[in-house]
Design a protein around this ligand. Sequence first.
Ligand SMILES: Cc1cc2nc3c(=O)[nH]c(=O)nc-3n(C[C@H](O)[C@H](O)[C@H](O)COP(=O)(O)O)c2cc1C
Length: 223
Amino acid sequence: MKKEISITDRPERFTDEYLRACGNMSWYDFVAGMPSLVFVVTGWKSNGKENACLQSWAAFVGGSVENFICILGKVDKGGHMYRSLKETKVCVINFPSNDIYDRCIKTIGNNGFDTDEISAAGLTAEPAVKVNAPRIKECFLNIECELLWEHDLFEGSGEATVALKAVNICMDDAYYDQNKLGRYGKNGYLFQIDQPVNPETGETQGFGPGILEQGDPVPWITK
Ligand SMILES: Cc1cc2nc3c(=O)[nH]c(=O)nc-3n(C[C@H](O)[C@H](O)[C@H](O)COP(=O)(O)O)c2cc1C
């Protein structure tokens, strides 16, 4: 049976403070439990140190033959990544597989302004080819980007939606073929899922980083 779920009437545990501490989340993040790709955005800080920021909640869209646009849904305007992007106008979007996710998480605890965050997390920085930014060697896919535009998420928000134009892609050739490492499954893209809850009781279920499995093929009959 389908039920209506209010954005205001929530289980006690989901206080405003708790949702803010979770990363400025909405109660509906937990209700919907939407998966979204996980990646690390890298760039140079103004002191020449590497910045690395785990991100999610993004869309990747081809808008014309030469326009592949990466839309970062919510970027904290108080963070280093936003500042570095505003200063340099470029960055790299790096996609990790599950075997290096433990190191990617360490970018959060090694987030000091004076820290080389890629190296401090046990990852390797290498120069991007088309933009002036570092990229992560161990990530199987790197998208080098230029800043296009930004817009506040809503009026007065401390977070912005940011659009980036891809100018170069670097990909590990072992991932070209799904019969080798492949972009999907256990070796491929990772998805963040924010602890799906039972919206009535507030009970949460743990969920590790998600992976994409192929569904059963459906005949493409549209009429
Ligand atoms: C899986 C995951 C996804 C995240 N996604 C975002 C995001 O989309 N936007 C954001 O501003 N912070 C996000 N964060 C939090 C940032 O990674 C974290 O605040 C980081 O330390 C900020 O780095 P910075 O100071 O270099 O900007 C995410 C964290 C995790 C663990």
